[in-house]
Design a protein around this ligand. Structure first.
Ligand code: ZN
Length: 305
């Protein structure tokens, strides 16, 4: 079960049911192959479920995202699997890249759990980030995704998922599932696994009526996420994207972290030799510290729910 160089991941990490009618909880990890955290968390969850056999309504299934990329510890092989899920690609049925093959295999798995067999279908897509971050949920405001996301005790960001297209959560949402993306922390930080595991257990409680006290890792496997690693729930919306042109020279001031407060006039970055200062009393999100990318940073504002 441990992640090791010699491990080959199979598509389905686990499936668990008490053969009672109820919802489907469809959890994906490793859609980016360099983000094994969600997969490791799912392995732990299924180990525990198989050991203690608690009663749940419906079914949980854990699915590997980019199998081939995960096996070689790379973000992707030919193209980003979190950009392939456009209507056009799905309808074209073309399997001309490794990631399109992975995508159609995941769709096949989902189709084995059709809508009519469940009272409702939920998805949870587990990710991590290159920079250190507090955990956060990224929710697309369609269906009842947003009220569902607010059942979980962590930061929630609206509107981020809409900036890019072809994400797996877009596909899940337009297929009628309710859910969100969960960014659990930095790729290799062991707390990311704790956070993914904690959130999966909470999703099992909220969706499938799991009595958490029935599992042997309780309360540690929840507390590590809720009490140790995650901030209190707050909701943010994007109010500004600082986009970059390909030739721009851009350097963020050091030390900014996700959701850090910024003030009007504060120096944020240098761009083409000029200062970039904040026009907002707000919070910064996804500051660019890698050499590549077209988003310098985002400005987000806390909103009342
Ligand atoms: Zn990712």
């Amino acid at each position: 079960m441990k992640k090791g160089k010699d491990q080959t991941y199979s598509r389905i990490i686990g499936k668990y049911t008490s053969n009672k009618k109820g919802p489907l909880l469809f959890v994906t990890g490793g859609v980016h192959g360099n983000e094994p955290s969600g997969v490791i968390a799912l392995q732990k969850v299924f180990e525990e479920l198989d050991k203690t056999r608690p009663e749940i309504n419906g079914t949980i299934v854990g699915v590997v995202g980019n199998k081939k990329a995960l096996n070689v510890d790379q973000r992707y092989i030919d193209e980003d699997l979190n950009r392939t899920w456009t209507i056009e690609n799905v309808e074209s049925d073309k399997k001309d890249t490794q990631e399109k093959n992975e995508m159609f295999e995941i769709i096949d798995v989902l189709e084995d759990f059709p809508e009519e067999e469940f009272t409702k279908r939920y998805f949870l897509d587990c990710h991590t980030t290159s920079a250190a971050t507090v955990p956060f949920i990224s929710v697309q405001e369609v269906n009842d995704n947003d009220p569902w996301a607010h059942k979980f005790p962590t930061y929630i960001i609206r509107g981020f998922s809409d900036i890019v297209s072809g994400c797996i959560d877009h596909y899940m949402s337009r297929t009628g599932l309710t859910g969100f993306v969960f960014e659990a922390g930095q790729h290799t930080d062991p707390r990311s696994v704790e956070n993914h595991e904690g959130l999966i257990w909470l999703a099992l409680k909220e969706a499938c009526g799991l009595d958490l006290e029935k599992i042997s890792c309780f309360p540690e496997c929840i507390d590590k996420f809720v009490e140790k690693n995650a901030p209190d729930q707050k909701t943010f919306e994007i109010i500004h994207r600082h986009g970059l042109e390909n030739n721009d020279e851009f350097k963020m001031e050091p030390g900014f972290e996700n959701f850090q407060k910024i003030e009007k006039g504060q120096l944020l970055a240098h761009q083409n030799g000029k200062e970039v200062r904040s026009e907002w009393d707000a919070h910064i999100f996804m500051p660019l510290y890698q050499s590549q990318g077209n988003d310098g940073f985002f400005v987000v504002e806390q909103v009342k729910v």
